[in-house]
Design a protein around this ligand. Structure first.
Ligand SMILES: [Fe+2]
Length: 162
């Protein structure tokens, strides 16, 4: 029999997955900042603060559903951040490296945004109105961060010598 066989169980799995995604940003931020330019470092520091707040919301949500906060590692975001760490070591510092890093971070933001939307859909179907509101705050933050990264990419690309 499947381990996850109810909407509530699937919602908890989705929230655990997002919780580990937020933890991954917090855990990897300092290491990525070491090999990053000032502007990328500034983004990462802000991202770590936002992820902390989002992780707090997820902890409250999972607890309210009587779930365990910690689930399996979030494979997709950890792979994206591994890839970013490799870029930060193998690509020449400056606009070239910054371009690759912004691209990697945008993959993370988009993946988080759509994952929040899956959780929001489940919560809405289960009439968990308060949870829908809470998750929507985080989803909107992810979307705004992605939009900010688009602007950052424009700035970085202007400095790229071709
Ligand atoms: Fe996040």
């Amino acid at each position: 029999m499947a381990d996850t066989d109810t909407p509530r169980a699937l919602l908890i799995v989705a929230l655990q997955d997002l919780y580990d995604a937020e933890l991954a940003w917090i855990e990897r931020s300092a290491e990525l900042q070491r090999n990053a330019s000032y502007r990328i470092g500034t983004y990462l520091a802000e991202e770590a603060r936002a992820a902390q707040a989002q992780a707090g919301r997820l902890t409250s949500a999972i607890t309210a559903l009587d779930g365990e906060v910690e689930g399996p590692p979030n494979i997709w975001l950890r792979a994206i951040l591994d890839d970013a760490a490799r870029d930060a070591e193998t690509i020449a510092p400056g606009p070239l490296r910054d371009t690759a890093l912004v691209g990697a971070f945008r993959k993370g933001k988009q993946a988080e945004r759509v994952s929040y939307e899956t959780a929001i859909g489940l919560a809405r179907r289960m009439n968990q109105d308060e949870l829908v509101r809470t998750l929507t705050v985080s989803r909107d933050e992810e979307a705004r961060t992605d939009a900010a990264l688009v602007l950052l990419l424009d700035t970085v690309l202007r400095d790229l010598v071709v």
